[in-house]
Structure formats: C-alpha cells, structure tokens
Ligand binder design. Sequence first.
Ligand SMILES: CC(C)(COP(=O)(O)OP(=O)(O)OC[C@H]1O[C@@H](n2cnc3c(N)ncnc32)[C@H](O)[C@@H]1OP(=O)(O)O)[C@@H](O)C(=O)NCCC(=O)NCCS
Length: 191
Amino acid sequence: MSRQHEVGTDRPSSLTVTIAAPADLAEAETVMRDVLRADLGGYRPQWHRDIDDLEAAYLRPPGCVLLVARDAAGVVGTAAVRPCVLASPPNPEWLAREYNRPDVCQLVRVWVAAGARRGGVGRALVGRAVAWSVGPGGYRRVYLHTDAGVPGAENFWRSLPTREVHDCRPDPFNTVHFEVDVEALLRAPGC
Ligand SMILES: CC(C)(COP(=O)(O)OP(=O)(O)OC[C@H]1O[C@@H](n2cnc3c(N)ncnc32)[C@H](O)[C@@H]1OP(=O)(O)O)[C@@H](O)C(=O)NCCC(=O)NCCS
C-alpha cells in the first residue's frame, strides 16, 4: 500500500491523507493537543495516554494505524484505528460483547484543526481510515463512539454512512455509539 493517498478532487489539490510516519508525529500531536484543549475539555490521562507516545500507540502495534491530513500549512487533521476493546462498565455489557471481537476495529482521534473544518478533511480521513481497516488492517467491521455534546461531532458522524448502535444519553459524556456501514462509506463522495 502506498504511504500517500491523494483524496477526492472536490477539495483543494494540496490536501493529502497519508499513513503517519515518525516524521509526522510531532505535528500530529500538536493538532491533537490543540483540539483536546479547545473542543474536548482537555487532556485526561485515563483516556488520552496514546497521545503521549503516538509511535508506540499506532505505528508499532499490529492492527493499528494513524492517518494524517496535510494541506499547504502542514498537518490539519488526524484519525486512528485500533482493535476494539470496550470496557464494561461504563459501556453496557451487551455492547462490549458485540464489538470486542478480533474482526472489529475502533475509529478514534478523528480530530481536525479548527481552521481547517467544513472543508471535507474529516470526511477524507474517515474514508482512508475505513479503507485501511478493511484492507491492510484485516478488519471486517468498524465501530466508533462520540461525545455528542461536542458541537458538530454528532452531525458529522450522522452525515456519513453510519448506524446508531446505542445512545447512552443522559450520561456524563453524552456518548453515542455507531457502526460504520463500510460498503456505503467506501462509495460515499469525499471518502
Ligand atoms: C467533527 C470534526 C472531525 C469534523 O471535521 P470536518 O473536517 O469539519 O468535517 P467535514 O468538513 O468532512 O464535514 C462533513 C460533514 O459533517 C457535518 N458537519 C461537520 N461539522 C459540522 C458542524 N460543526 N455542524 C454541523 N454539521 C457538521 C456536515 O454535514 C459536513 O458536510 P458539509 O460541510 O458539506 O455540510 C471536527 O469538527 C472536529 O475535529 N471536532 C472536534 C473533535 C471531535 O469532536 N471529533 C469527532 C468525534 S471523535
């Protein structure tokens, strides 16, 4: 698999989505920490330790990948894939049983820099992440959850071919769980 993928032509031609190499990690981490601080309530060690060592989290382990979106300004977004391992609690036991399987991955860290939003970067990242997941990643199904209290997050996932699996609200994190319709997503414009 080529390490670089040009994405759709409906976006600025300078936008690329690539599998992150060690040289991309410092910029990726900066974008991630900015989004965490500005949009997601800040770094919490119990959830965000992967960001402290992106190479160990996503470049070395099998079944993991980190993607970076770049435009002329540099890295403007990230997305990562890892095996699905849901803790229960807080997640319902049935949900963990359904998705904690070797053929299911979890889409995480779909984060776009504030200045680069609403231009299709998030959509392109998800498209590449799902293509990797069911291609080189060897998975069959793609799961994700989101904090629906973050402006735009729920709208974003519902704008893509996803199926709501469980809406936990009201819960402290406004969690909504989704499964990607893989076939439809790979055909979707901009993905
Ligand atoms: C959610 C996020 C990833 C979207 O990234 P993005 O690059 O702006 O997304 P796209 O431009 O590909 O948007 C695709 C579609 O999602 C929907 N969407 C995205 N942001 C939206 C918003 N703020 N309000 C309403 N709809 C939104 C729209 O339907 C949009 O299509 P359109 O622009 O043609 O109307 C970005 O806002 C972000 O990083 N937010 C903070 C972190 C986060 O919550 N991540 C997702 C949960 S893990």
